[in-house]
Design a binder for this molecule. Structure first.
Ligand SMILES: CN1c2c(nc(N)[nH]c2=O)NC[C@@H]1CNc1ccc(C(=O)N[C@@H](CCC(=O)N[C@@H](CCC(=O)N[C@@H](CCC(=O)O)C(=O)O)C(=O)O)C(=O)O)cc1
Ligand SMILES: N[C@@H](CCS)C(=O)O
Ligand SMILES: [Zn+2]
Length: 754
């Protein structure tokens, strides 16, 4: 019998039950026992759902109260002392403090999980770091699954990927710690074995990256050591790309099975079949864990058949390409979607059903195959293209990607036009999306608040935000983004070619979720999307009001994208729609326009060989959106939660007049890339972390600014937070921005005195 085995499932819940429980706990309305009970209920429901959909084996320990990398750090005691020390009195509070900050403790840095929109917390290690098992989460969750009657495979982030994803605070090589860490993993494997686990899944996604010999040697040391330890059979999982030059390593490490991603990297199939020793189980990643379209089951079946013919049925498992963490749970409830679109979607549940259909077909029963395939085939033959969009794109000329004058000239013209002080202060765009704001939007959507009343409500919010900023003394203002549910979904809702779900939630970090829109056809702008709100806000103040747009690459990256044409083509369509918006904003009197591209780095291919092509079209798309304006119009962009060192040239090539970047959690480390590169345009390095409720002291911000000033020309430096303020409350925002303005003023005074 062919077996469907799964690598991991979304944790947040179809109706975001985990979010509700977490946020009630954090606000003091739900005690620890209540939170843990809600988590248990979710795990059980999810295991049941996976089994009902056709899974033979589900994952255990794929659940996390916040993040699985953070869980791994806690599991092995790999945290700064300040967090570990507080764990003895209240482990749950200490865990959340390490994720979110609080009680005087700093949160760990957060960054993107490979090329996804999921953020993990970056473990902080140091030379001589000790590792030991703290608690037994993987064992307990495995026992829980067993007790509830589910055949489960515990999943662990593998030791080498853990080290590669961590950072060392003293700059020592994290891989030096591999022997000690593996000893702790060996203890854990022994305990899983005692608990009855037949297999354990060791996730090593770093195997699809470019690795040096030292890292390959660390893999060998680690897995040799684990092979000699007593434990369950080991499934080594790679995903998000091809093993490529790591194939010889992956197929010879002493493990019992290997999982490969055949959706992102079908080209590796022949080599894997050829090189994987016969005594290994092969887990075939056949349906896409990163996108929502139905799989081509005939193609998947052909691959599975070849694997089975060669290796035998028992040695081949059918699986999604990666954990299902990155897709929503169930498309069945999406009753408001056009049926043709809905039927061609596969969320987590439908993906498991697809795998069941494949397994049954492999076992000789292909009765369900045709029905499951029909909507995909119908979509493939329907007309998704628009001649007007294609014609306009064909007419794009290279000069449309260039600003009229070089930066130095633009800077002088903008200086005259905007008359800003040295070290201008600004914010990144959003102000608190309070419960009141979300409730009003929900009421409007449900028809309980008329369009006129909703508009009046948003006007009042915007008026208040403008007044607050003026009172705080901020130089370049924002309207606050109160009318937006999300910075991508909001634009998608106004563009042709996009569809929306009601419950298509995907975890972004902790309790925060996004509902990625679905790009299913050619993209075009129906009418101006942001001009009214920007103009309304500009009309309230003589200070410059930033027009606020999400950039083409970020809209692409944070959507589920059609798979019938290159992503670059879809991105160009979005860029052209945004160019129209930029020009409309300018024509309406908006003098500063911010085009956010926080996902530009996230979209970077995992292998360096693929990067230049991506960066080429991604930067061109930004420029196509931005470059039509006059010299006097100042273009900003914003990026957050990523390392920029490896894309600094591309950031410079975007040629934004000002770039604001997240830097505070890393104490301005991220600025090094800009300094080293001699980045020519202006920069706003974030001076405080907006993910923490902690209000920063102005002295701390001044210290960061002085660090930045030491390396930059004074005319280059802007003062702003790390990112938008939508997740914060007004009292914190007010206090933090007041302190930020004080820091900027002090910096100006220091500059004048020098
Ligand atoms: C900047 N970031 C973003 C990323 N990706 C995006 N697509 N968008 C981003 O902004 N990636 C990187 C970072 C990640 N950061 C964040 C920060 C904050 C959130 C967040 O707060 N998400 C919200 C959901 C946002 C949203 O869609 N809100 C809707 C409300 C939807 C809702 O909850 N409706 C309820 C009913 C409401 C009620 O009755 O009160 C329902 O449907 O049940 C809106 O405002 O209308 C979150 O709550 O998690 C995400 C990423
Ligand atoms: N303008 C957006 C950027 C977030 S990355 C905001 O302020 O929320
Ligand atoms: Zn941001």
């Amino acid at each position: 019998m062919s077996r469907v085995t799964l690598l991991g499932f979304p944790r947040i819940g179809r109706r975001r039950e985990l979010k509700t429980a977490l946020e009630s706990h954090w606000s003091g309305d739900l005690d620890a026992a209540g939170l843990l009970e809600a988590a248990r209920a979710l795990r059980r429901n999810h295991w049941q759902l996976q089994r009902d959909a056709g899974a033979d084996v589900v994952a255990a320990n794929d659940f996390s109260l916040y993040d699985h990398v953070l869980d791994t750090a806690w599991l092995f005691g790999a945290l700064p002392h300040v967090h570990l020390e507080s764990a003895s009195s209240d482990p749950l509070a200490a865990y959340f403090a390490s994720a979110r900050g609080g009680s005087g403790r700093r949160a760990l840095e957060m960054t993107k999980w490979f090329d996804t929109n999921y953020h993990y917390l970056v473990p902080e290690l140091r030379r001589g770091q000790a590792f030991a098992l703290h608690g037994d989460k993987p064992v307990a969750e495995f026992r829980e699954a067993l007790a509830a009657g589910f055949a489960a495979r515990p999943v662990l982030l593998g030791p080498v990927s853990f080290l590669l994803l961590a950072k060392t605070v003293d700059g020592s090589p994290a891989l030096d710690l591999v022997d000690d860490l593996v000893a702790a993993y060996a203890d854990l494997l022994a305990r899983l074995h005692e608990a009855g686990a037949e297999w354990v899944q060791l996730d090593e996604p770093c195997l699809v990256l470019d690795l040096d010999d030292r890292t390959r040697a660390a893999y060998r040391r680690a897995y040799d050591a684990l092979a000699s330890a007593k434990g369950p059979k080991r499934l080594l999982t790679s995903y998000f790309g091809a093993l490529g030059d790591q194939l010889p390593l992956a197929t010879t490490l002493p493990v019992d099975g290997l999982h490969v991603d055949l959706v992102r990297a079908p080209q590796q199939f022949d080599a894997v079949l050829r090189d994987l020793p016969d005594d290994r189980t092969l887990s075939l990643g056949l349906v896409d864990g990163r996108n929502v379209w139905r799989a081509d089951l005939r193609e998947a079946l052909a691959l599975a058949r070849r694997a089975v013919e060669q290796r035998g049925e028992d040695a081949c498992w059918l699986a999604p390409s990666c954990s299902l963490l990155h897709v929503p749970i169930d498309s069945a409830g999406e009753t408001t979607l056009e049926p043709a679109i809905r039927d061609s979607l596969a969320f987590a549940r439908q993906k498991i059903e697809e795998l069941r259909v494949l397994a049954d077909a492999l076992d000789g029963d292909d009765a369900a195959l045709a029905a499951v395939e029909a909507p995909r085939i119908a979509r493939a033959t329907s007309a998704l293209g628009r001649a007007d969009v294609r014609d306009r794109l064909a007419a794009v000329t290279p000069d449309m990607l260039d600003r009229r004058s070089p930066y130095a000239l633009r800077r002088a013209r903008q200086h005259t036009a905007l008359d800003l002080p040295l070290f201008p202060t600004t914010t990144i765009g959003s102000f608190p999306q309070t419960e009141e704001v979300r409730k009003a939007r929900a009421a409007h959507r449900a028809g309980r608040l008329t369009a006129a009343d909703y508009r009046r409500f948003l006007e009042e919010q915007t008026r208040r935000a403008v007044r607050e900023q003026e009172e705080l003394g901020i130089d370049v203002l924002v309207h606050g983004e109160f009318e937006r549910n999300d910075m991508v979904e909001y634009f998608g809702e106004q563009l042709d070619g996009f569809a929306f779900t009601k419950q298509g939630w995907v975890q972004s970090y902790g309790s925060r979720c996004v509902k990625p829109p679905i790009i299913h056809a050619d993209v075009a702008r129906r009418r101006p999307m942001t001009v009214e709100w920007s103009c309304y806000a500009q009309g309230l103040t003589p200070r410059p009001m930033k027009g606020m747009l999400t950039g083409p690459v970020t809209i692409l990256q944070w959507s589920f994208v059609r798979d019938d044409q290159p992503r670059s083509e879809t991105c160009r369509q979005i860029a052209l729609a945004l160019r129209d918006e930029v020009l409309d904003l300018e024509a309406s009197g908006i003098r500063v326009i911010q085009i956010d591209e926080p996902a530009l780095r996230e979209g970077l291919p995992l292998r360096s060989a693929d990067r230049a092509t991506y960066l080429g079209w991604a930067v061109d798309c930004f420029r196509l959106a931005a470059a039509g304006v006059r010299d006097e119009t100042q273009v900003h962009t914003h990026m957050c939660y990523a390392e920029f060192n490896d894309i600094i040239e591309a950031v410079a090539a975007m040629d934004a007049d000002v770039v604001s970047i997240e830097t505070s959690r890393s104490r301005m480390e991220l600025l090094d890339a800009f300094v080293g590169y001699r980045y020519p345009n202006a920069i706003g390095p974030g001076v405080y972390d907006i993910h923490s409720p902690h209000v920063p002291a102005s002295a701390d911000m001044l210290a960061l600014l002085r660090k930045a000033r030491a390396h930059l020309d004074p005319a280059q430096l802007w003062v702003n937070p790390d990112c938008g303020l939508k997740t914060r409350g007004w009292p914190e925002v007010r206090a933090a921005l007041a302190a930020m303005v004080v820091a900027a003023r002090e910096l100006r005074a220091i500059e004048r005195a020098a």
